[in-house]
Design a protein around this ligand. Structure first.
Ligand code: MN
Ligand code: MN
Length: 460
C-alpha cells in the first residue's frame, strides 16, 4: 500500500487551523513539563471551556445531565474529562486515554552532596532513557516540596530567561579514551547522573562549603530546608521551550511529546465538541505509564471506574451491574506515540509497517515485543469500524508496528483498559528520537490526531 502524506491534502483553511492547534500545543507543552503541571494546565483550560469539578457534584449529591462537562483529578497527577451524552452510560461510552508522565531524572530523597568545589543533586532516572543523552545540556527543576506543616512549595527553576539552569557534566573528548571504548549503554551510568547545582563556596566560621551556600539560597529564596527534600518530588527536565523545526516549520522539537502530544490532541478534540454527544465522551490523562502504569495515579489503579461509578450514580444509573455493562460496552483509543521511521536507523524498522512523520495519526493494532508479548491485540472488527470512522471524518491515518520483529518493543495503557472487556486500539503520533531530551513530531500528525480523536468519540 502507498503511504499518503497528510501535508498534500491541506487547503489554506486547514493549514491555518493546523498552525493554530500547533501554537496552542506548544503553549501546553511549555506549561506542562511534569504530570502535575499538565494536570494544573488541563484544569485551567477545561474551566475556561465550562468544565466543572466532578468532586463538587459528588460532595453535593448533585444530579448529572446530558451536556454536562466535568473533570476529575487524581492526586494532582492524573485527570479525566467527561462530556455527558444523551444515551445512558450503561450503553457504553467513548474513551480517549493518554499519559502525561515523561522520561526524566528525579531528584533523590537525600540528594545533596559536595565534591571538588561542586554541589550536586543526586538523581534516579524515571522511565526508559538513554543516559548518555542527558549530559552537557541545560536542565530545569520542576516539582513540589511538601512541608510538614501541610504547605507546599512549587518549584520551577530554569525556564525563564533570567533563571539559572543546571547540568550533568561529560568528559572532554581529549580525555575520553576510556569512555569512548565503552558500550553506549555503559558510557554514562545511572549513578553518574548527578546534577551540578552550585560551584561557589561560602565561608562559615573556619569551614568552606559549596553545599552550605546552596542551602542558604534554598532557605532564603525558596523557604526550603535540607530535611524538606525527604518529602519532595523534583523532576530534572531539559530547560527550554518547544520550537518549530525545519525551514518549512513543519515539525516541532520539544520535551515530552511522549505522550503529551496525544494528551493535548485529546483535549483539543474535547474542547471542540459543542453539541451534546450521543454517547458520553471521556478523556483520561494518566500518570506512571513510563514505569508500568503502577501506583495510585497509574492506569492500573481504579480511578477511572470509580469516577464512572460516581457519575452513573448521579445520573440515575447506580449499581455494579450497570457499571460493568458501561465498561464492557465502551470503546477506546489508547492514544500514545509511535516510533517514527528514521532513515538514519532504517535497519530497526520494517518499512511497509512503519509510521512516517507527516502521514497522519497512526494506529497500532498491537504493541508489545517478541511475538506480541504484553500487547493488547485489537480486534479486526473494531479496527474496521475505527478506520471507517476515520474515512468518514476525512482523517489522514496510517498503521504501524513498533519496529522490526524481535528488534525491541514497548507498551501502552491499552492492555489495562481492555481488561474491562472494552474494545481498545492504540492510536497516536509518530515521534523521532522518542525518549530523548528533545523529541520531534510533525505538526500534521498532531492535527490529524486531533481530527481523528474527535471523529472517534462522536462517530464510533
Ligand atoms: Mn508513551
Ligand atoms: Mn514512552
Amino acid at each position: 500500500m502507498e503511504h499518503k502524506n497528510a501535508w498534500l491534502t491541506y487547503d489554506e483553511a486547514a493549514l491555518t487551523a493546523l498552525e493554530n492547534v500547533s501554537a496552542r500545543y506548544k503553549a501546553f507543552l511549555d506549561a506542562g513539563k511534569t504530570e502535575r503541571e499538565c494536570v494544573k494546565e488541563t484544569i485551567r483550560l477545561a474551566e475556561m471551556k465550562g468544565y466543572k469539578n466532578l468532586q463538587d457534584k459528588i460532595d453535593n449529591a448533585e444530579e448529572i445531565k446530558a451536556g454536562d462537562k466535568l473533570y476529575h483529578q487524581v492526586m494532582g497527577k492524573a485527570i479525566m474529562l467527561f462530556i455527558i451524552g444523551k444515551a445512558p452510560m450503561e450503553k457504553g461510552i467513548n474513551i480517549l486515554g493518554a499519559h502525561i508522565d515523561s522520561p526524566r531524572m528525579d531528584v533523590k530523597q537525600n540528594p545533596l552532596s559536595e565534591e571538588a568545589g561542586f554541589a550536586y543533586f543526586d538523581t534516579h532516572y524515571y522511565g526508559g532513557i538513554k543516559k548518555y543523552q542527558w549530559v552537557a545540556m541545560p536542565l530545569a527543576l520542576h516539582g513540589v516540596v511538601c512541608k510538614r506543616d501541610g504547605s507546599m512549595i512549587d518549584v520551577n527553576i530554569g525556564e525563564k530567561d533570567e533563571d539559572p539552569v543546571f547540568c550533568v557534566s561529560d568528559i572532554l573528548p581529549h580525555l575520553g579514551a576510556d569512555q569512548m571504548g565503552k558500550k553506549l549503554s555503559e558510557a554514562i551510568t545511572g549513578e553518574m547522573l548527578d546534577v551540578i547545582i552550585a560551584g561557589k563556596p561560602v565561608k562559615d566560621e573556619d569551614k568552606e562549603s559549596v553545599k552550605d551556600g546552596v542551602l542558604k539560597i534554598l532557605k532564603d529564596q525558596y523557604g526550603i530546608d535540607e530535611e524538606d527534600f525527604l518529602s519532595a518530588e523534583i523532576e530534572v527536565v531539559p530547560a527550554g521551550k518547544c520550537r518549530d523545526m525545519g525551514f518549512d516549520r513543519s515539525m516541532l522539537i520539544g520535551y515530552g511529546h511522549d505522550d503529551r502530544v496525544c494528551a493535548y490532541a485529546q483535549l483539543e478534540a474535547l474542547f471542540d465538541i459543542d453539541e451534546t454527544p450521543e454517547k458520553t465522551v471521556a478523556c483520561i490523562l494518566a500518570d506512571k505509564e513510563e514505569i508500568g502504569s503502577v501506583g495510585a495515579t497509574g492506569m492500573q489503579a481504579t480511578y477511572f471506574e470509580n469516577a464512572l461509578a460516581e457519575m452513573m450514580a448521579l445520573h440515575g444509573e447506580e449499581g455494579d451491574l450497570k457499571l460493568r455493562r458501561a465498561l464492557t460496552k465502551s470503546k477506546m483509543l489508547s492514544c500514545d506515540v509511535s516510533a517514527g521511521f528514521d532513515p538514519n536507523f532504517a535497519g530497526a524498522f520494517e518499512k511497509k509497517n512503519s509510521a512516517f512523520l507527516g502521514n497522519g495519526v497512526c494506529f497500532n493494532k498491537f504493541t508489545g515485543s517478541r511475538g506480541k508479548s504484553g500487547s493488547n491485540d485489537a480486534n479486526a472488527e473494531f479496527l474496521a469500524q475505527v478506520f471507517g470512522v476515520m474515512d468518514k471524518g476525512g482523517v489522514s491515518f496510517q498503521t504501524a508496528e513498533l519496529g522490526k520483529v524481535d528488534q525491541g518493543g514497548g507498551g501502552t495503557i491499552a492492555y489495562i483498559c481492555a481488561l474491562y472487556g472494552m474494545e481498545v486500539v492504540d492510536s497516536g503520533v509518530a515521534v523521532l528520537s522518542m525518549h530523548a531530551p528533545w523529541e520531534v513530531i510533525s505538526k500534521a500528525d498532531l492535527y490529524e490526531a486531533y481530527k481523528g480523536y474527535k471523529a472517534f468519540v462522536l462517530g464510533v
